[in-house]
Write a protein that binds this ligand. Structure first.
Ligand SMILES: *Cc1c(COP(=O)(O)O)cnc(C)c1O
Length: 300
């Protein structure tokens, strides 16, 4: 993978209060490999291909709407490498065609293997047997988080980002937060907006960054992947005010919480706050299909 030769805009978001709020549009980095997933895969894929594998094969894990699954499928297609996605939810076996993320993955040539939630919880076990079955395959963990991913996230930081006081990101597995924490400037504070309720998350992040420069803010809004009406209202309102689309799982919840914190005076007056738009927009179509079935308002 290369460092795309495109300009990533940092745009100001009207925030009220005496805080300057900005968003770095990492979602624009690549049409298929969205946002932070591009950077998390960057060194993983490059180090693997540098080793010139005889029979290259990418294997990874994810849920039905996973941005990571979509990203790995797009990378596999770009490099002509066969790929296998282990997908949580056996019931999807007969109806994955109704799911835009999984059809995108399949169209990009990814084979899909559906496993029960129980089997999925034992991913480590599956990994061991896959490595025996496909020696030489690159097995990328769920969400793509590992030490190479953390290094890759460091590439989101540059001259554009170093004067901000606060750097904000949505947090799933924590790899992105760990990368920002590891590579940001000493004067910067990192704020992670957790969309998954997982009490072991902070410990996992501390294994990936040695710095003590981050805080975590619960932004799950009822749970991972759950979408409340207030989340839809926020996303639609944000898009019509700022022209920036947000996804319902990560960036929408982060920005909603950032606005709440701004109102509450969390950021001191005159702070400069930068939020990373980590992508995830491929998930909007699938979310809207579910919302439509529930007769609810859609994400515009
Ligand atoms: C995967 C993802 C995240 C979370 O990244 P982690 O490194 O797993 O914490 C945030 N935002 C978007 C859009 C994502 O797809």
């Amino acid at each position: 993978m290369n460092i795309p030769d495109i300009h990533i805009p940092v745009v100001e978001i009207p925030a009220g209060k005496k805080v300057q709020l900005f968003m770095k549009r990492e979602d624009l980095i690549h049409p298929g490999i969205s946002g932070n997933k591009y950077w998390k895969l960057f060194y993983n894929i490059n180090h693997y291909l540098d080793r010139k594998p005889v029979k290259p094969y990418l294997i990874t894990f994810g849920g039905a709407f996973s941005n990571h699954i979509a990203a790995v499928a797009a990378v596999a297609k770009q490099f002509g490498i066969p790929a296998l996605g282990i997908i949580r939810g056996e019931e999807l076996h007969d109806r994955w065609q109704d799911n835009p993320t999984l059809t995108f993955a399949a169209r990009n040539g990814m084979d899909l293997k559906f496993v029960t939630r129980e089997q999925y919880r034992n991913k480590d076990h599956i990994t061991v047997s896959l490595q025996a079955e496909f020696p030489g395959a690159l097995v990328i963990p769920e969400g793509g988080t590992n030490a190479d991913a953390v290094r890759g996230v460091g590439l989101m930081l540059n001259n554009q980002t170093k004067d901000f006081d606060y750097l904000c990101t949505a947090v799933g597995t924590g790899g992105t937060l760990a990368g920002i924490s590891s590579f940001c400037e000493d004067h910067q504070q990192v704020v992670g907006f957790t969309v998954v309720s997982d009490s072991s998350l902070e410990g996992k992040i501390r294994e990936l960054t040695s710095k003590n420069n981050f805080s975590l803010i619960d932004s799950a809004f009822g749970g991972y992947g759950k979408i409340k009406d207030e989340n839809i209202r926020f996303i639609n309102d944000f898009k019509s005010r700022c022209g920036i689309p947000l996804d319902p799982v990560y960036t929408g919840k982060m920005m909603q919480k950032v606005f709440e914190l701004t109102e509450q005076g969390y950021f001191p007056e005159n702070s400069r706050v930068l939020c990373f738009h980590t992508g995830g927009l491929q998930g909007v179509e699938g979310a809207n299909l579910l919302l439509k079935k529930q007769n609810r308002n859609l994400i515009i």
